[in-house]
Ligand binder design. Structure first.
Ligand SMILES: Cc1ncc(COP(=O)(O)O)c(C=O)c1O
Length: 423
C-alpha cells in the first residue's frame, strides 16, 4: 500500500523542485521506496501509508540511540517550554560546551551551529585565519557538506569556490605528502573523515600510519588538522574518532547524532585554534536555540554512561556474519565493508547497481529499509531479534536475486544520479 505516498509525491511535484531535493529524494532510491514518513520510534519507521520498516539508514546518521528516546526528548520538550530560540542563548549552552570539552580529549572549546556543513565551513575559515594561509587539503571523493566549496554537485558553483583546495588519496601517506609539498608554505589545514566512507565505493578503515603522518605534517608545517566526525562521530568511539589511532586533531566537526536527531552541530577545537575561533564571524538565527542543546546534554551523558557502542558493535558483527553466510548459501558475490556498525553493501561487478537496487527493493518488501550505495547505521535500539529478521529477509532476497538477475537492467534511478552529478 502506497497510495498516500503517491498522492503526496504528486502534490510535492507542484510545489517542491523535482518533488524533493538532496539525497533524500526517493527518485534516487529503489522502486517502491516511500518518500514520506509519518513517524518513527526506536529502530523503526512508518511511512505515510502506515507501512513499518526496520530502518538501517537512521535518518542518514542522527538516530544513534533510538528514535523518540524518552529521556532525550523529555529534556528537549522541557527546554522548549522554558524557551528555545530567544534573543540570546540559554545557560544550557554552557552546560553543553562543558560536557563536550569534558568528554572529547582534544577539545578545550566548543561552538554550536545547525548542520555538519556549518561546522566544516567554520573549520576551514578558522584554519585559514589561524595560519594566515590559503591551501586546504581534502581527500578525493570525501563528502564534507553541501556548501559551494564542498558540494558534490557543482551546478551553480564556480571554480573560484574551490580555489586553494588540493586533493589527496585517503589513507595514502605518499599522496598526502605530495599534496602538502604542493601547498608549500601556504598550507592552512588538512581535512579527513574518521575512515573512508564515500558513497558507491567500498569503505576502508583508517590506516593509522596515514593518520599519524597527517598529524606530523600539520605539526611540521604549523597547519591545522581537522577531523570531520559529522557522520562517524560517536559511532566508533566515545572520543573523537581518530583517538582510536592515537591521533588528536586540532579541530573536529560534529553533527547528526550529538542530540540524537535534534537539530544541532558543533565545532570543537584545541588551544592552538582558540584565538582564531574567537576572531571569525559565526552565527545563525537558530544556532543558539536551547532545546536541541538540552537534548545534546542528555545525549552526551547517555554516550558516556551506557553500553550503546558495544551493543551496536555486537549487533553489527552478528549482521555481518549472518549476511555473509546467507550470501554464500546462495552463491552471491556480496561485499560488506566499513566498521560493522556502519556497514555498506555492494554486489560484485554491479557497476550500474542493478543487483543492489533489486536486492534492496526485495528487502523493503520484507520490511527492512536499506540503501544500495550509501553506508548504513546500526542504532542502539536494535535488538538481536531485529538482526535475525534482517538475515532471514536477506536470505529470501538473495534467492529472489538469483532467480531474476539474468533479466535485470540498469535501474532507471541511475539517470537521476547521472543528471545530479554531471557537470
Ligand atoms: C562526513 C560528513 N561531513 C559533513 C556532512 C554535512 O552535514 P550536514 O548534512 O548536517 O550539513 C555530512 C552529511 O552527511 C557528512 O557525512
Amino acid at each position: 500500500m502506497n497510495d498516500k505516498d503517491r498522492a503526496l509525491r504528486r502534490r510535492a511535484e507542484e510545489v517542491i523542485p523535482n518533488g524533493m531535493y538532496g539525497h533524500q529524494s526517493a527518485l534516487l532510491l529503489p522502486e517502491n521506496y516511500p518518500q514520506f514518513f509519518a513517524r518513527a520510534k526506536g529502530a523503526h519507521l512508518w511511512d505515510a501509508d502506515g507501512n513499518k520498516y526496520l530502518d538501517y539508514m537512521c535518518a542518514y546518521g542522527p538516530n544513534l540511540l533510538g528514535y523518540g528516546h524518552e529521556a532525550i526528548d523529555a529534556a528537549y520538550i522541557a527546554q522548549l517550554k522554558l524557551g528555545d530560540t530567544m534573543t540570546g542563548p540559554s545557560p544550557v549552552m554552557v552546560d553543553l560546551a562543558e560536557q563536550f570539552v569534558g568528554q572529547i580529549t582534544h577539545a578545550s572549546w566548543a561552538m554550536f551551529c545547525k548542520n555538519g556543513t556549518d561546522a566544516n565551513s567554520m573549520a576551514m575559515v578558522i584554519a585559514r585565519h589561524a595560519t594566515g594561509r590559503r591551501k586546504i587539503l581534502i581527500a578525493t571523493g570525501a563528502y564534507h557538506g553541501a556548501a559551494p566549496w564542498c558540494t558534490p554537485v557543482k551546478n551553480g558553483t564556480l571554480p573560484e569556490d574551490r580555489a586553494h583546495q588540493i586533493f589527496y588519496t585517503y589513507n595514502d601517506e605518499a599522496s598526502l605528502k605530495a599534496a602538502v609539498a604542493e601547498a608549500g608554505d601556504d598550507l592552512a589545514g588538512i581535512f579527513a573523515t574518521p575512515f573512508k566512507h564515500d558513497t558507491m565505493a567500498p569503505q576502508a578503515l583508517l590506516n593509522p600510519a596515514y593518520a599519524a603522518a597527517a598529524r606530523a605534517l600539520c605539526d611540521e608545517k604549523d597547519a591545522l588538522l581537522i577531523v570531520d566526525d559529522v557522520r562517524g562521530g560517536f559511532r566508533l568511539s566515545r572520543d573523537s574518532s581518530w583517538s582510536l589511532a592515537g591521533v588528536q586533531p586540532d579541530l573536529s566537526s560534529w553533527g547528526k547524532v550529538i542530540a540524537n536527531g535534534h537539530p544541532i552541530s558543533a565545532l570543537l577545537g584545541n588551544e592552538r585554534a582558540r584565538f582564531a575561533a574567537s576572531m571569525i564571524y559565526a552565527t545563525g538565527s537558530f544556532w543558539f536555540s536551547a532545546a536541541a542543546m538540552a537534548a545534546g546534554v542528555v545525549t552526551l551523558r547517555e554516550i558516556r554512561d551506557t553500553d550503546y557502542l558495544e551493543h551496536s558493535i555486537t549487533l553489527g558483527e552478528q549482521l555481518r556474519a549472518g549476511l555473509a553466510n546467507a550470501a554464500r548459501r546462495h552463491d552471491v558475490d556480496f561485499n560488506q565493508s566499513g566498521p560493522v556498525q556502519m556497514p555498506l553493501f555492494l554486489f560484485g561487478g554491479d557497476t550500474d547497481f542493478r543487483r543492489g537496487y533489486f536486492w534492496c527493493a526485495e528487502m523493503l518488501k520484507r520490511g527492512i529499509y536499506m540503501h544500495p550505495w550509501h553506508n548504513m547505521f546500526i542504532c542502539a535500539a536494535m535488538t538481536e531479534t531485529d538482526i535475525a529478521a534482517t538475515i532471514d529477509a536477506a536470505d529470501a532476497s538473495f534467492a529472489e536475486l538469483k532467480l531474476h538477475e539474468a533479466g535485470l537492467s540498469e535501474p532507471f534511478q541511475m539517470a537521476f544520479l547521472r543528471m545530479a552529478t554531471e557537470h
